[in-house]
Design a protein around this ligand. Structure first.
Ligand code: NDP
Length: 285
């Protein structure tokens, strides 16, 4: 109890001392959001638009991107354009950054959010799929961040990485996805150190999300995992605020911070709790 209370107090202290968010700072801000045709990325595009930002959005489905752009403009975006790209194709990440730099004349926020499609099932040895998933979920993030760095340095900009509790701890049925998120947390954690050591003025925010109510997430866990999903629109707003206030980390919802601390303090209890949250029939595996 004492530990839990101290963790909660620490969390509240961290939140209270965080810099306050000035919505005006996003008016006219030049933003590139990936994975913006659905889910959290789409909600981020709408929030940035309401704040009057200039945005470039990307994903694969051109028709859907077109509709999102129209809505962005109706919500107040100063500029909204899309570029269709498949982040599995190794040439695309850099092309997308170049497109955004050309359309926006620079960049203030690079928001990396897209994920490739993967299964929610027990690891079956499909190394090829894991290798494939690393392209959209990890390598494209690295490529885009590196390509955008000098533009972000000019604007005192920010890289915002959408990660997951699965980037901090292992949960069943997500081996390929979890591997890519751990890789992201590792790479961008190192990058944050090195940018600081080089006295760079680019901030790196890593956002740790719990279960969010997007169609992709809910359709995967249905019938297997009974957990509360939190609203994508609120997750999106928290990610944007984290980037705008240049905080190194976001934990949303708040208790993901507690889970993250608890897993190291009591690994065996955490493992037991994680496994017991899953409904599955060992006979059918
Ligand atoms: P969605 O599946 O709703 O959105 C994924 C986006 O990525 C879509 O816009 C999709 O568009 C795009 N995408 C998929 N494949 C590719 C590809 N090969 N190249 C380019 N774009 C692609 O996901 P969520 O909104 O649920 O997740 C967003 C982020 O939040 C992810 O980083 C995820 O890991 C993280 N997260 C989500 C959680 C949740 O519970 N929802 C929990 C923890 C973290 P299109 O099909 O048009 O290409």
């Amino acid at each position: 109890k004492v530990l839990l209370a101290s963790v909660c107090v620490a969390y509240i202290a961290v939140r209270w001392t965080a810099p306050s968010f000035n919505a005006e700072s996003l008016r006219g801000a030049r933003v590139l959001v990936t994975g913006a045709s659905s889910g959290i990325g789409e909600q981020m595009a709408y929030h940035y638009s309401r704040f009057g930002a200039q945005i470039v959005i990307t994903a694969r489905r051109e028709k859907v991107l077109q509709q999102v752009v129209e809505k962005c403009l109706s919500l107040g975006a100063q500029k909204a354009v899309y570029v269709a790209a498949d982040m599995v194709d190794e040439a695309q990440p850099e092309k997308v950054v170049d497109f955004a730099l050309e359309k926006l004349g620079g960049l203030d926020y690079l928001v990396l959010n897209h994920i490739g499609s993967t299964t929610f099932s027990m690891w079956d040895g499909d190394v090829e799929h894991m290798r494939w998933l690393m392209k959209p979920n990890f390598f494209s993030y690295v490529q885009m961040a590196w390509r955008a760095l000098s533009a972000l340095e000019q604007s005192k900009g920010a890289v915002v990485v959408v990660s997951s509790v699965s980037g901090k701890m292992a949960n069943p049925f997500t081996a390929p996805y979890t591997s890519t998120k751990f890789a992201l947390n590792g790479f961008f954690g190192v990058l944050r150190h090195e940018l600081f050591m080089k006295k760079s003025n680019v901030s790196v925010s890593i956002c740790t999300l719990g279960l969010i109510d997007t169609e992709t997430a809910l359709s995967k866990i249905r019938g297997v995992l009974d957990a509360t999903a939190y609203p994508a629109t609120e997750a999106a707003l928290n990610i944007i605020i984290t980037g705008a206030t240049r905080q190194p980390e976001l934990f949303y919802p708040w208790f993901t911070y507690v889970i993250n601390l608890f897993k190291d303090w009591s690994p065996s209890l955490t493992e037991h709790l994680v496994r017991s949250a899953y409904k599955y029939d060992p006979e059918s595996l």
